[in-house]
Design a protein around this ligand. Sequence first.
Ligand code: AMP
Length: 166
Amino acid sequence: MSDLETFIRDVPDFPKKGIIFKDISPLLEQKFSETIDAIIKLIDWSEVDSIAGVESRGFIFGAAMAKALGKGFIPIRKKGKLPPPVISESYTLEYGEDSLEISTLYNKQKVVIVDDVIATGGTLKASIKLCKNANLEVISCLSLINLSFLNELDNTQIPIHSVFEY
Ligand code: AMP
């Protein structure tokens, strides 16, 4: 696992001064399959119906995981990308503000939310809210990296698992 960590590049002051950006591009190029396996190993998948991936890097992991596990994939997208009917949720991230949307056409089911990096946790909180409001039961949240020193996510209601926690 520590081997995978060496393929994550720290980029200081990107996209804004003071942010240390976790560049996962070398990892995607050289250790993609091992990374997908490492995220999959974080939980037991027997009760999960679908993976909800957060645009855009959550799509890279979520889609590959859904294929490997034979699960459905549900996109949580940036505002204006999904056709109606959708619901929206605004959130603050480490370097800006944005809105996420999800379709309201899904049947009730159990989902796991996947993203690449959790920073302030704003994206994840908005994604959890969207899923709940779209009739999806979130049973856990997964990320490759959790910058837990930047967030105060409460792990008691919905478990959060990450391959790397800082
Ligand atoms: P947040 O809402 O603050 O938890 O931000 C999480 C989202 O922003 C994720 O989708 C990440 O892709 C991206 N992000 C935030 N901070 C970083 C960082 N330091 N390095 C890489 N990606 C980041």
